[in-house]
Design a protein around this ligand. Structure first.
Ligand code: VAH
Length: 310
């Protein structure tokens, strides 16, 4: 069976839903520090777990004979700047707890997400390569780059089968934004439908790498199903789909909501966004495990607005 830690979060919610479709609802145990949405709570087993507590995770692993853990619990970039120590503790102790369970053979496979936040202002901004200068300037980025090297260490030293993806900004409509810097691109769709206007906390030409949730969820499951010998990178894979600016996404929305208005009022999150790349090179993921994305800005926008207008 599969255990999802952080199942009530933005990615966890939709990853749990997809895993239950693929593996069967009773074979995917959802867990978080708080309950998830009604659909998740109704569609399969749920456990309240503090992801930093190894003993609690182990007891649930033993209760359901878990062999795969997806660790999606974390504090994201903007919130982490407000609570640095809490973010470090949550992001790191949850990872080390799960890696130790794998080292001790309680579980056989681990998924853990990294982020483009591992890159900093000194990283080449366009078509950022898999291996390059990485000087993160956010607490979130520091925790993610540290986590990548812990994953690689546990794989090299103890043979732990841990796999990871550096997610770009993930766009979805099923859960409200959760404290990320890229979450303007989630909120903008809700506001376009509700108010026909949106005040953006990033400047109009801030280009960031992004991906629609279905692509991110499919990539995650595809990576975990790949034969282990094909996974050449055990820190974390660059993954790319689209990149756009607030101005470009607003123009795409205006094709469907003609009187939608965007204004700009950059805040502390502008400095975070400015430290990240504008586009990512993911040749390694495409070569090692045949990754390819399906959604672009146009098809993503159509799909989101179709669902939000229901
Ligand atoms: C954040 N959505 O904004 C996350 C992600 C690359 C961005 O890590 O913090």
């Amino acid at each position: 069976t599969i255990l999802v830690l952080g199942a009530s979060g933005q990615i966890g919610t939709e990853l749990t839903q997809k895993l239950r479709e693929v593996y069967g609802e009773t074979n995917v145990i959802a867990s978080d520090i708080r309950e998830g949405n009604a659909e998740m709570m109704a569609s399969g087993p749920f456990e309240i777990i503090d992801a930093t507590c190894k003993e609690t995770i182990l007891s649930v692993v033993q209760k359901y004979k878990v062999n795969q853990v997806y660790l999606l619990a974390a504090m994201l970039s903007a919130t982490a700047e407000k609570f640095p120590q809490k973010a470090w503790d949550l992001n790191m102790s949850s990872l080390l707890a799960v890696l130790d369970l794998a080292k001790e053979k309680h579980i056989q496979q681990v998924y853990w997400p990294s982020s483009i936040a591992v890159f900093g202002s000194s990283t080449p901004k366009n078509n950022t390569p898999q291996q390059t200068i990485m000087e993160p300037s956010t607490v979130y980025g520091i925790s993610k780059i540290s986590g990548e090297f812990w994953c690689n260490y546990y794989h090299q030293k103890y043979g732990v089968d841990v796999r990871s993806i550096r997610y770009p900004g993930i766009i979805s409509w099923k859960t409200k934004p959760g404290g990320g810097t890229t979450d303007y691109a989630v909120d903008i769709y809700f506001k376009a439908i509700e108010d026909k206007k949106y005040e953006c906390f990033l400047s109009e030409n801030t280009r960031l790498p992004m991906m629609y949730m279905p692509d991110a969820v499919n990539a995650t499951i595809q990576l975990m199903q790949e034969k282990s010998e094909n996974i050449k990178i055990r820190t974390s894979y660059n993954l790319s789909a689209i990149d756009f600016t607030p101005k470009e996404i607003a123009a795409e929305i205006q094709k469907h909501v003609p009187d939608f208005q965007i204004t700009y009022n950059p805040d502390f999150r502008q400095a975070i966004a400015d430290s990240w790349p504008s586009s990512i090179n993911d040749d390694h993921a495409r070569k090692d495990w045949n990754w390819k994305h399906n959604f672009d800005l146009e098809t993503m926008t159509k799909d989101i607005l179709k669902n939000l207008k229901k």
